[in-house]
Design a protein around this ligand. Sequence first.
Ligand code: AMP
Length: 291
Amino acid sequence: MSAALSSQPAIAETVDALRAIVRGYRAEGETVALVPTMGALHEGHLQLVREGRKSADRVIATIFVNPTQFGPNEDFARYPRDQEGDLAKLASAGANAVFLPTVAVMYPPGFATTVTVSGVSEGLCGAFRPGHFAGVATVVTKLLLQALPDAALFGEKDYQQLQVIKRFARDLDIPVSIRGVPTVREADGLALSSRNAYLTSAERAVAPRLHGLLVEIAEKLRAGEDAAPLLAAGMDRLREAGFGPVQYLAFVDAETLAPLDRAERPGRLLVAAYLGKTRLIDNIPVAPQGA
Ligand code: AMP
């Protein structure tokens, strides 16, 4: 369906309006999937919406650039924003409703609660972005409780975030199924990201090496090689290619995110590195040897 022909999603700007929309769906006996985003939408986000449509009658997308998940020196102020373009894309992907809260709606005066998740939040991005996952966990907890959908969809692109969300949803008995969706990539392997817009054309040409390196290392891990030397050599190769600082290149258990020495059970290979001023992350699954 073209964007021009698709019906316009309902818009909610307050929690009451969002709940009224969900009540309407429930009154018809319909199931609901939620797709939280920070906007500046691309095909990766739209894939979450399409996957949501496959498993639920209605999909509600949310657009909220959440200030509490950005550090003081991060890109909150310059994060790309394009509400009009986003709404057209969501309509074309088949979203039925969009929740567009302001900061005052999400964090009214007196707001004093933070959801922190130990364990899975602590290493990897958590070590370099203090407070980031508490900001994510708090805002996603609110969105899940505001909409109370049957399912919520998140990208594997942000793999640690996905594990953090699965953890607190389980721990807090939030009755929503948390679903991961595989990363959508450019033809050259670069994971789609709103932050790719920051890359210069020279950086854009180098950026796909991040994924290329993960694929090469994953093959060697599957062949039984030890992780430590592969990871050390991989960090060097990223620096030689022009990345830096390389924050981490890690091989971990796919669920707990604890470091793994070898591919003896389902693992995940993850990387975070700057390219110029842009921080890029990526990850791929590593099946155990012989699987
Ligand atoms: P963001 O707007 O960056 O907060 O992302 C919103 C959701 O889209 C998160 O669940 C992300 O993991 C997901 N997402 C972002 N990029 C991709 C991608 N390339 N493929 C699949 N999902 C993605």
